[in-house]
Design a protein around this ligand. Structure first.
Ligand code: NAP
Length: 259
């Protein structure tokens, strides 16, 4: 049985980690894969290794994405490109918030706007959105990252409704910690970063996420795998925190002045 009837794919954030693994896997299955990222060198190496078609494009470059979407009819769209900033929300810079919204959410919305209508018109397509457990659970991360990934989660649910009645599938992939270079991209190249996030942990590899995506794509077209949460076995989300106040609550007089 063939892997899938789909012939073409667009994968964003293809120069490393999960995106590169997805490109590699889909190329192996005979799909013509267009791979997008900003790092020309890594993309060139990926194209030589896998046969993918590399495009050095920033996902926030709407004109470049629109040009590609006009030239190629994509059957599969993998919205994977993503960034994070390590700072907590209370220390966030203006640029941190804009970057996360631009890359992790705004670009995903515009790429879907440019590609999903064609899938609906052709009655054929599969959108894979890589969100995160951060989009579904609260924990001590960067609140902007949680917020934009929650946006991708809701977009995935809503896209199914927008495409309802057509054979357009939408799968949201919610990874927990995966052993990729994202932690160095976020926290810097210091070796202590690997020790903190990767070394000594038993973690899913990027290829494991690519296998899960391949499973969703290769399911019969009548089957939509909507949501996959993929975490390390030795990782759980959630928790309850209860604090005692550091100071007693202020009281105010009838005029609103602090007593
Ligand atoms: N690894 C994890 O633990 C984990 C957990 C949950 C969710 N995720 C999500 O999984 C996705 C992939 O993460 P990863 O772990 O594979 O991270 P990664 O190794 O840092 O890869 C991120 C990819 O996004 C690309 N990218 C970033 N900004 C871009 C832009 N403006 N335009 C085009 N491409 C851009 C990067 O390429 P260039 O820099 O070359 O452009 C790179 O290829 C992300 O959405 C991330 O949020 C990862």
């Amino acid at each position: 049985m063939p892997f899938s009837d789909y012939k073409t794919a667009l994968v964003t954030g293809a120069s490393s980690g999960i995106g590169a693994a997805v490109v590699e896997r889909l190329c192996r299955e005979g799909i013509k894969v267009h791979a997008i990222a900003r790092s020309a060198g890594a993309l060139k190496e990926l194209a030589e290794r896998t046969g993918c078609i590399a495009h050095v494009i920033d996902v926030t470059d709407r004109a470049a994405i629109a040009d590609l979407a006009n030239r190629v009819q994509f059957d599969i769209l993998v919205n994977n490109a993503g960034v994070d900033r390590p700072k907590k929300f209370l220390q966030a810079d203006e640029e941190d918030i804009d970057l996360l919204i631009d890359v992790n959410l705004r670009a995903v919305l515009h790429i879907c706007r440019l590609i999903v209508p064609g899938m609906v018109a052709r009655d054929r397509g599969h959108v894979i959105n890589i969100s995160s457990i951060a989009g579904n659970y609260n924990f001590g991360g960067n609140s902007t990252y949680h917020a934009v990934k929650a946006g991708v989660a809701m977009l995935s649910n809503q896209l199914r409704i927008d495409a309802f009645g057509k054979r357009v599938r939408v799968t949201e992939i919610c990874p927990g910690r995966v052993a990729t270079d994202i932690f160095n991209h976020v926290h810097g190249d210091d070796p202590s970063v690997r020790e903190r996030f990767i070394d000594g942990f038993e973690l899913p590899q990027a290829a494991d996420i690519a296998d899960a995506i391949a499973f969703a794509i290769s399911a019969p077209v009548a089957v939509n795998i909507g949501h996959m949460e993929i975490t390390p076995t030795l990782q759980v989300m959630g928790g309850l925190q209860t604090a005692k106040p550091e100071t007693s609550a202020a009281t105010y007089d009838a005029e609103g002045a602090k007593r």
